[in-house]
Design a protein around this ligand. Structure first.
Ligand code: ADP
Ligand code: ADP
Length: 225
């Protein structure tokens, strides 16, 4: 009863051209409920590609993506977009917060897009910001916040619509080591407290070792870490 299943995922870029590159060659991975899995591999191995396919931002050339029992592969764009909004939270190395909006508003916006009313969205956003220890910073714009605070806001935004799956691409890669450690602990706490399943790409083997399981992307396949 996996929350996220990837079965036989293949991805080739520039097919038929001189620079054709087979990045994924039949990758298999299943995330159990509440499981936090580290995805470790060198740069260029295909971590972002795999996360994008898992999160329905990109399509595979072969293989299947399932959320729970529902196979997402082959669904139309509209249904994929709805599933992505409801079920998946994304976190990147850079926060990509909207600079003109406050921390609170950045966490409110995805909820409004999902049809939540403003009052409930505000309440949930404030609750999430409180949970990661930056409640008092809710009214500040990203430019007035530290890198660690900005990334905490990005975590709250990712969780705003109550996803089942969190996909993170080097979530603390842009922070200095001490801050990275604290912010990573915050992320782990948030994922645990919400019962999410998470797939977290990282170069940092110490952080990877703190997750439930480590897998590697090796020659286009997922192997035990
Ligand atoms: P990682 O996240 O592990 O650094 P990526 O998934 O970003 O790896 O990239 C894997 C390989 O695929 C790299 O060689 C990259 O240059 C190539 N690649 C990624 N996206 C594209 C694309 N849209 N078109 C062509 N090549 C791509
Ligand atoms: P990341 O740092 O997350 O691995 P990259 O900087 O590798 O991201 O890639 C950023 C974006 O550019 C991604 O959407 C990726 O698919 C795309 N991309 C990466 N490599 C290539 C490439 N060689 N050709 C075209 N697009 C690429």
């Amino acid at each position: 009863d996996a929350v996220l299943s990837l079965r036989g995922i293949e991805k080739i870029y520039n097919r038929g051209r001189q620079n054709e590159i087979a990045v994924l060659k039949g990758a298999d991975l299943a995330l159990a409920r509440g499981e936090i899995v580290a995805l470790v591999a060198p740069s260029g191995a295909g971590k972002s590609t795999l996360l994008h396919i898992a999160g329905l931002l990109d399509t595979a050339d072969a293989g299947e993506v399932a959320f729970g029992d529902t196979v997402m592969t082959g669904l139309g764009d509209r249904r994929r977009t709805i599933a992505r909004r409801r079920d998946v939270g994304f976190v990147y190395q850079f926060h990509h917060l909207l600079p003109e909006f406050t921390a609170l508003e950045n966490v409110v916006l995805p909820q409004l897009a999902d049809g939540v009313n403003r009052r409930d969205a505000d309440a949930r956003a404030q609750e999430l910001l409180d949970h990661v220890g930056i409640g008092p910073r809710a009214g500040h714009r990203p430019s007035a916040m530290s890198g660690g605070e900005q990334q905490r806001v990005a975590f709250c935004r990712a969780l705003a619509n109550g996803p089942r799956i969190l996909l993170a691409d080097e979530p603390t890669g842009n922070l200095d080591p001490a801050t990275s450690d604290q912010v990573f602990a915050t992320l782990m706490g948030l994922v645990r407290d919400t019962g999410l399943s998470a797939l977290i790409a990282t170069h940092n083997l110490e952080l990877a070792a703190r997750m439930d399981r480590v897998v590697k992307l090796d020659q286009g396949l997922i192997v035990p870490g």
